[in-house]
Design a protein. Structure first.
Length: 187
């Protein structure tokens, strides 16, 4: 069974290590799992109920909602900004939380992982993202975690896709998420 996993990356920086992690997840996804990195989070306006009107939703937000509707699961990549979730990722979650009760996450499996410069790899931000996406309607897989510390030095000269330990860990995350999504799709 083919499972489509939508990856949302909480960093807009061109050389983002979290973006590279998402690329590695897509490259090394196990058979039957397709990891699709969403392009365009920077184009989505801040969530505002005044512009979230049926028939007039901003195109970038509508594109995100369509991608979410096509997904069987979500893989969020979160760096840590000032001890918390990056604004761009929170904004995406806010858009996908609406319309209330019928948002884009729709009870689909969600895993939150990432890398950060600090010694804990962004766990505070990832925990906040898990909490937020759970409230927004996602089925957070709480025991599916990966926080890679020291990103600036660890990935200074090595892309995560070329780091054997990271590839093994990412493959495990995507495989388990694939399994959870397969159970949801089959139900």
């Amino acid at each position: 069974m083919s499972v489509r996993i939508l990856a949302l990356v909480g960093s807009l920086r061109a050389g983002s290590h979290n973006r590279q992690l998402a690329e590695a997840a897509a490259k090394h996804a196990p058979e039957g799992a397709e990891v699709v990195i969403f392009e365009g989070l920077a184009d989505i306006p801040f969530y505002n109920e005044d512009i979230d009107v049926e028939g007039a939703v901003p195109a970038a937000a509508a594109k995100l909602r369509t991608a979410a509707g096509d997904a069987d699961a979500f893989l969020l990549f979160s760096p840590e900004y000032n001890g918390s979730i990056p604004g761009v990722l929170k904004n995406a979650i806010d858009w996908l939380s609406r319309p209330y009760g019928a948002g884009g996450f729709g009870g689909k499996p969600v895993a939150v992982i990432g890398t950060a410069f600090g010694q804990f790899g962004g766990v505070w931000a990832q925990d906040e993202a898990r909490k937020t996406v759970g409230i927004a309607g996602g089925k957070v897989i709480e025991d599916l975690k990966l926080s890679i510390p020291g990103s600036v030095t660890r990935f200074a000269e090595t892309h995560p896709a070329d780091d054997a330990e990271v590839v093994e860990q990412l493959t495990e995350v995507v495989s388990r998420l694939h399994g959870h999504a397969g159970e949801t799709v089959a139900a």
